[in-house]
Design a protein around this ligand. Sequence first.
Ligand code: TR5
Length: 146
Amino acid sequence: TTATATATTTTSLNMSDEVKKAQEAAELAADGSPPTIFDNIISGKWDSDKIHEDDLCLAFRDITPQAPVHFLVIPKNRDGLTQLSKAREDQKELLGHLMYVAQMLGQKECPDGFRVTVNDGKDGAQSVYHLHLHVMGGRQMAWPPG
Ligand code: TR5
């Protein structure tokens, strides 16, 4: 009985794993990675407080602000840029554009200065795998960061 129960459990686990994989595969973004919440923001499916949009990027306010001013700048087409350390050489211009837009909006909203942060991977405490620049300001920032 124990063996049968174990076999049944294993089989149903395998089946649900397969179903899960199939569901995930069906939902993969164009670059082959799972989509993130930012896809819903880019498509307009979810509301966001947008402060800038152009052909290449979008900037919107962070839902959990860590400073009086806290917004994110993201590429509209992720194209493999799940995180900064996945950047390809042909994406240098896009990376420069994101940085340029970050400072343009940053100096407008925070004339006394601001901070631009990119969290990369586990040790960088990244939680959303679609590259984003955090721009924070409107108060004295501390150093070193946590
Ligand atoms: O931790 P990392 O560096 O990956 O930053 C992800 C950021 O996305 C965090 O600062 C979150 O607060 C932010 N975030 C998460 C959600 C969200 C958001 N910013 C704006 N709008 C959001 N929506 C609608 N949903 C989120 N889950």
